[in-house]
Design a protein around this ligand. Structure first.
Ligand code: NAD
Length: 252
């Protein structure tokens, strides 16, 4: 357990009912953070907020489109009005698509990058300004094993490329701002037990499991645990790092 008492934590994409973001948000709330549930899924935002409050936690819901600069700025302004600070940003909102390069359109490519990379940029840039004034901040970005090994689970080449862009962006940014008390790190989950896993046909699922030394998909809680560590005060000398969370399916 880490102590996030008095800290404000934003988790984008935390409205998805079975997604990683909701588990991340609930894990921070259990460790006394005030958690901002930020997602374009309005009903999902409310559900996550309700779940956290039912467990005695502190949560604020924000409906945001991370690809829209004005929407992201409004999110930051509303959080500053409510709490006056932003300590942690978890860039978790992301989309994927199963398509071959042969069939991919430029619009497909743009859509994936728009959310996974450009949305992450907008949220990071706006929150970073506040963190700079505070001289403290933690940014954790959701990349994927797909960035390192070129897919193999679900998404197309555009997804792998967008998640690889996240890794390089995070490292470059950590050079820019780490001296100011702000760390920037990434996690690279492998196959996680979410809707994507449940949607896979059994033979595809079996093939993937064969390539995982632990012989099972990861749980959302296992991703959240690593993220909470990177976002803690205790992880003070870790920046520009990427942590694999993949049951051994890719080691480097
Ligand atoms: P999910 O689809 O369950 O949740 C993603 C959430 O992002 C949704 O609630 C959606 O509404 C939100 N979102 C999408 N576009 C948005 C936008 N423009 N503005 C605001 N919110 C937006 O996804 P998940 O499986 O929980 O994955 C979460 C993150 O982890 C993603 O970045 C994904 O790429 C990454 N990841 C997932 C897995 C996996 O196995 N599930 C593996 C590796 C990495």
């Amino acid at each position: 357990m880490f102590d996030f008492d008095g800290q404000v934590v934003i988790v984008t994409g935390s409205g998805s009912p079975k997604g990683i973001g909701r588990t991340i948000a609930k894990t921070f709330a259990k460790q006394k953070a005030a958690v901002v549930i930020a997602d374009m899924n309005e009903a999902g935002v409310q559900d996550t907020v309700n779940e956290i409050r039912a467990e005695g936690g502190e949560a604020m819901g924000v409906t945001v489109n991370v690809t829209d600069e004005a929407s992201v700025q409004k999110m930051v302004d509303d959080i500053m009005d409510a709490y006056g600070r932003i300590d942690v940003l978890i860039n978790n909102a992301g989309i994927s698509q199963k398509v071959t390069v042969a069939d991919m359109t430029l619009a497909d490519m743009r859509k994936i990058f728009e959310v996974n990379m450009f949305g992450l940029f907008l949220c990071t840039q706006k929150c970073m300004k506040v963190m700079r004034d505070q001289k403290y901040g933690r940014i954790v970005n959701l990349s994927s094993v797909s960035a390192k090994r070129g897919g193999g689970v679900f998404g197309g080449a555009h997804y792998s490329a967008s998640k690889a862009a996240v890794l390089a962006f995070s490292k470059n940014l950590s050079r820019e701002i780490s001296a100011e008390g702000i760390t920037v790190n990434s996690v690279c989950p492998g196959l996680i037990n979410t809707e994507i896993w449940k949607s896979l046909p059994k033979e595809d699922a079996d093939k993937i499991i064969d390539g995982i030394p632990m012989g099972r998909p990861g749980e959302t809680q296992e991703v959240a645990n690593a993220i909470v560590f990177l976002a803690s005060r205790e992880a003070s000398y870790i920046t520009g790092e990427e942590i694999d969370i993949n049951g051994g399916s890719h080691m480097d």
